[in-house]
Design a protein around this ligand. Structure first.
Ligand SMILES: Nc1nc2c(ncn2[C@@H]2O[C@H](COP(=O)(O)OP(=O)(O)OP(=O)(O)O)[C@@H](O)[C@H]2O)c(=O)[nH]1
Length: 381
């Protein structure tokens, strides 16, 4: 059955049968649009370039191939943690957000590279010009002095020759010292330029590790940060807490008040998280779709619960755009403390089960998942 028919069950929105000519036109158009979108998404992966964001080079092409299948038939996208659905429903919000973020990262990358190349070329040309100029001056100085030595030798007077040689040696030494000084200055300027390039690169990296909608870190940055935290926990034995949070009924927000309202809600939740977890080491990331993850280094689960209760106060103040008064947003969260022997998978599994427990308990609450030490020890043995 065609795409429109699949969506509408062969009926118009008001329940009447679609006139067959209109239905087949709409079906052909929608199927064509889906095919075209799938091809575009696949091609973007096939003809892609590395944007130096720290992710493996093959990740983006894989994501595109999976997203193309998702667009075409609702297949799951494992590389982005998007599950498939039985009725073929697409996660259009994910697809849209993924390509908006990618495009912005590509633009930042290209702009920064262009600026780098222009700067380096200008520096190089300027440096070569100065060196050539200085070399000409040194050459001129040496020739002039050699001529005076020749003239002195021609006189045959020893004191004259000696004085001229002394002067020549002084002149050439001065000229070479000046040349050395100029080169050193030039090298130090180039070093400064290189270090400012490095800074630029770091700031582009920082931008590329952010989710453009909420300003929180993105999933790639989270995946790196959690490994870092596991290492810190292993070396320093400091408590680390991980929180996973999902907005309640977010799909309904999108469906009822529009995608722009959904985006605004995501921004508000990101903002509430940033206001609740304010230490420099607190790490807030958009985990995907309507999910956020927080890593709290050097924080016990008990302290995290205090911070979570502050977050829930802020959540209570969030209003859903265009919604009538009284419609309040809710979030469900799971949290757990990292223990020795934990892996990224064991933490995510645990925190995910706590999140589900919060959903089961009626939503808009947070639940703690205790680690089963023996299970983890057995797994890591
Ligand atoms: N507005 C907007 N929506 C998004 C974005 N990314 C994902 N989504 C949507 O977020 C919704 C996530 O909904 P689900 O996780 O399926 O479920 P839910 O409605 O939150 O249900 P529960 O989690 O069970 O309460 C989907 O409708 C996605 O299309 C985005 O960047 N902006």
């Amino acid at each position: 059955m065609g795409f429109v028919n699949k969506l509408m069950g062969g009926r118009k929105g008001n329940g009447e049968d679609l006139p067959s000519a209109t239905a087949s036109f709409a079906t052909n158009t929608a199927d064509g649009a889906i095919d075209t979108l799938g091809t575009i998404v696949r091609t973007m992966g096939e003809i892609s370039f590395d944007i130096d964001d720290g992710a493996p080079e093959e990740l983006f092409p894989t994501q595109c191939t999976e997203l193309a299948c998702h667009v075409e038939n609702g297949a799951p996208v494992p590389s982005l943690d998007i599950a498939g659905s039985n009725d073929g429903e697409r996660r259009w919000g994910h697809v849209r957000r993924f390509y908006i973020d990618r495009r912005q990262s590509e633009r930042d990358f290209v702009n920064s590279r262009m600026a780098d190349y222009r700067g380096v070329v200008e520096d190089l040309v300027g440096g070569l010009r100065e060196i050539a100029q200085r070399d000409r001056e040194t050459e001129f100085c040496i020739n002039r002095n050699l001529k005076s030595v020749e003239a002195a030798v021609a006189t045959g007077l020893l004191p004259e020759i000696k004085a001229t040689l002394n002067q020549t040696i002084r002149n050439i030494a001065e000229s070479l010292a000046q040349q050395k000084q100029d080169y050193e200055k030039r090298i130090s300027e180039m070093n400064q330029r290189m270090s400012s390039l490095r800074q630029d690169l770091l700031s582009v990296r920082e931008k590329m590790s952010r989710d453009s909608l909420t300003g929180a870190f993105n999933r790639g940055a989270f995946d790196q940060a959690i490994i870092h935290c596991l290492n810190i926990n292993f070396i320093l034995n400091q408590p680390v807490t991980v929180i996973l949070l999902d907005i309640d009924h977010f799909k309904t927000v999108n469906d009822t008040y529009g995608h722009a309202a959904g985006d605004e809600v995501l921004r508000s939740v990101g903002d509430a998280l940033a206001r609740s977890f304010i230490r420099k080491t607190d790490f807030v990331a958009r985990y995907g779709g309507d999910e956020f993850a927080v890593i709290l280094a050097d924080t016990t689960a008990a302290n995290s619960a205090t911070l979570l209760s502050r977050f829930y106060e802020y959540v209570g103040e969030i209003t859903v755009p265009y919604a009538p008064d009284g419609v309040r947003l809710g979030c469900s969260s799971g949290y757990t403390e990292v223990i020795p022997g934990d892996t990224v998978e064991s933490i995510i599994k645990r925190v995910d089960s706590a999140l589900y427990a919060a959903k089961d308990a009626g939503r808009n609450c947070y639940k703690y998942a205790e680690a089963e030490v023996e299970t983890i020890a057995a797994k890591s043995a």
